[in-house]
Write a protein that binds this ligand. Structure first.
Ligand SMILES: Nc1nc2c(c(=O)[nH]1)N[C@H]1C(S)=C(S)[C@@H](COP(=O)(O)O)O[C@H]1N2
Ligand SMILES: [Mo]
Length: 231
């Protein structure tokens, strides 16, 4: 297929997905809550920039399972499969050939630090979804890291425009300790929803729990509701 044809297919598919999830997205707490908990100036989706219980940090702490996988770019692969019409297994070259998105967003870790205004570059989840065509029955995703980590997310959260698979932070390749070569970010949810060293995205037709969600952390992870643990 011609590159330009591929791109126009992604764009068309992206518009359809947007339309399909638009209403649900508008109703998510990080956009819709009328009494969000937190302090500081209002961010671009109408929430206080420091969610309740969080403190802004300048440093960028590292959190992992005690193992930081080192994946050379020539062996890096990203599999996107499950409830999709067109499963793919992307090489590094394939990944960089997709539309690239830059964004500046905030990072809220459940251990109470928030790092604001982080400069990212990568591929949006929405564009990746547009590439694989999720089936009508798809509702959630499970993300898998090269370190065996897993985390689940609903599609109305995952397909928000600020959810990216990033390879660049502050103009530099994402460091290994922060999940390089590629990690996911979820600026409107606690950061554990973004898998570092991401290796596979599986579309699901029902919700399943990931690593922390299965160990008492919240399924939904809404920072402005102090939604840290499952009850
Ligand atoms: N693959 C993988 N992703 C992960 C984790 C992990 O242990 N493994 N930790 C999560 C948690 S709890 C947080 S707060 C962030 C931390 O990202 P950082 O180490 O870059 O600050 O990554 C999340 N993604
Ligand atoms: Mo975390």
């Amino acid at each position: 297929m011609e590159e330009s044809e591929k791109l126009s297919r992604i764009i068309e598919s992206r518009m359809k997905l947007k339309a399909r999830f638009e209403e649900k997205m508008k109703l998510t707490p990080s956009v819709a809550d009328d009494a969000p908990k937190g302090s500081g100036k209002t961010n671009r989706h109408g929430m206080p920039s420091i969610p309740i219980g969080q403190t802004a940090t300048v440093k960028w702490p590292v959190l992992d399972l005690g193992y930081q996988p080192n994946i050379p770019l020539d062996r890096w692969r990203l599999t996107i499969d499950g409830a999709v019409e067109n499963p793919v297994r992307l090489t590094w070259k394939d990944f960089l050939a997709l539309p690239q998105t830059k964004d500046v967003s905030d990072f809220h870790c459940v251990t109470t630090w928030s790092k604001l205004d982080m400069h990212w570059k990568g591929v949006s989840l929405l564009d990746l979804a547009a590439l694989v065509h999720p089936k009508e029955t798809a509702t959630h995703m499970m993300c898998y890291g090269y370190d065996t980590y897993t985390t689940n997310i609903s599609l109305e959260e995952a397909l928000k425009p600020d959810v990216l698979l990033v390879h660049t932070y502050d103009g530099q390749p994402l460091p290994i300790e922060h999940g390089g070569p590629v990690r996911m970010i979820t600026p409107q949810l606690y950061a554990w929803k973004g898998s570092k060293w991401i290796k596979r995205i599986e579309f699901l037709t029902e919700n399943k729990l990931g690593f922390w969600e299965d160990r008492g952390y919240s399924n939904t992870a809404y920072p402005w509701r102090n939604d840290r643990y499952s009850d």
